[in-house]
Write a protein that binds this ligand. Structure first.
Ligand code: ATP
Ligand code: MG
Length: 424
């Protein structure tokens, strides 16, 4: 096909062979959100560019080099959302939802970042995220993290590592920033180009560097944990206790910082070693200053997370395997004269077996070609309607996958026969 009609690099089709895995993944995650009383908010995919610039911060990778921004026909500068939190805060403010806090929300959908496509990194990728507004205590941070742990159990995932840190208040962070910058200036010769650029603008991000050559400099850097304000220290200790109460194991990683500017206090990531270099499947934290920064009349504490669905799906298929879909039935008449009654039969079977795929043979053809299509449909069983069966209110059940003989039964006895074949 001609090159100019191909999908954009890093933006992938989700094909029929995969889409049911996606639906199951999303369904299983949403079931856990429902169980904790979180409500869905559906947000636009495009926002004013300022929504992201203001919230995510001018010095971040996302704003500096990853956003898909464009002028629309009115000359408004718009951006395809690179993440969900900014739009969620914008919507919550615009629609007055903060009058009724606490507010537990979730969203799902595609996000867009212009990054180098590779395993675990797409330009259009999908997230499910949760955001909670109006609660400042560590208990809600613990609830969110316990909820994500329940999600991994629901997906059948094991061996995920929880890393935690506290970034303290903005004031504590500013003080730490000075100490860190002084240290890094002292080792200026050893910094890579990226880190030199970050040194004055966003030195905390240097700690997030994935360049192995930087590992030693980072390992010896002063840690934020030693510069926390007392309240943040207590908040963090209480969170750790609550996670312990919930039976969660975690690692305090004093070098865990998040790429976005808006975090304060709690930050966390869930990481796997089984997906190669892109091992973070879920990341989140507290952002108590963001509502006010985005125009709220007073500060409203908030905390949330986002998980990458591509990475979770790959991990699930790797660890837990794909669940077999419910067995499907292929309804086929032996000849054209019975096609109409067969179609009516298929409708009755859809009533009788809700949740089961009942495919009707359409388009005529010889018996041979009908059975070939039945086989190719992937159905587990053919339900055959011939003259004799039709006259008697019966059907013939022919297993297409299992090595079992076909058998005739009354239409009313079909459920029993399917059960005996193990496809009910
Ligand atoms: P990374 O360090 O991997 O770039 P990030 O800090 O940019 O991650 P967040 O903005 O915290 O990521 O997004 C939360 C989650 O969304 C990530 O942990 C990851 O699972 C997923 N994610 C982020 N960017 C991508 C991408 N380009 N492709 C696929 N998944 C992504
Ligand atoms: Mg990134």
């Amino acid at each position: 096909m001609s090159q100019d009609l191909k999908a954009v690099r890093g933006m992938n089709d989700i094909l029929p062979g995969d889409s049911h895995h996606w639906r199951r993944l999303e369904g299983d995650l949403v079931a856990v959100l429902d169980a904790y009383g979180y409500q869905e908010i559906r947000l636009p995919i495009v926002e004013q560019t300022a929504v992201f610039k203001r919230s995510i911060g001018d010095t971040t990778d996302i704003v500096q080099k990853e956003m898909y921004s464009f002028d629309d026909r009115n000359g408004d500068n718009l951006t395809l959302r690179p993440e969900g939190t900014a739009g969620c805060v914008r919507a919550v403010l615009q629609n007055g939802l903060l009058q009724q806090v606490p507010l537990r929300l979730w969203y799902a959908g595609p996000m867009f970042r212009h990054e180098r496509p590779q395993r675990g990194r797409q330009r259009q990728f999908h997230q499910i995220g949760a955001e909670v507004f109006g609660m400042a205590g560590p208990d809600i941070d613990a609830e969110l993290i316990l909820m994500t742990a329940r999600m991994w159990r629901a997906l059948g995932l094991g061996a995920l590592r929880l890393e935690l840190n506290s970034l303290g208040t903005p004031a504590a962070r500013a003080a730490y920033r000075e100490v860190l910058t002084a240290y890094l200036r002292g080792r200026h010769d050893e910094l890579d180009e990226d880190s030199r650029m970050r040194l004055e603008r966003n030195p905390l991000r240097i700690l997030d560097s994935k360049n192995p050559a930087m590992a030693e400099v980072i390992a010896a850097a002063p840690v934020l944990t030693d510069h926390l304000d007392d309240e943040s220290r207590e908040h963090f200790a209480a969170l750790c206790d609550m996670l312990g109460d919930g039976g969660l194991e975690f690692v305090v990683n004093p070098r865990l910082v998040r790429g976005l500017d808006y975090y304060s206090r709690t930050v966390f990531e869930w990481i796997t070693t089984e997906l190669g270099a892109q091992g973070t499947v879920c990341a989140g934290g507290r952002y108590d200053g963001l509502v006010e920064l985005m125009g709220g009349r007073q500060p409203v504490p908030a905390v949330g997370f986002a998980m990458g669905l591509e990475r979770l799906l790959e991990l699930r298929l790797q660890q837990a395997g794909a669940a077999a879909p419910a067995p499907a039935l292929y309804v086929v008449a032996t000849g054209g004269a019975l096609d109409r009654p067969a179609m009516a039969l298929a409708e009755r079977l859809r009533d009788a077996f809700p949740g089961r795929a009942v495919m009707a043979h359409l388009g005529g053809g010889s018996m041979k070609s009908r059975m070939k299509k039945a086989d190719r449909s992937g159905a587990d069983v053919a339900i055959i309607l011939g003259e004799d069966e039709y006259a008697a209110g019966a059907v013939t059940v022919k297993p297409l996958r299992a090595d079992a003989p076909q058998q005739r039964c009354a239409e009313s006895g079909l459920a029993e026969v399917l059960a005996s074949l193990g496809v009910a």
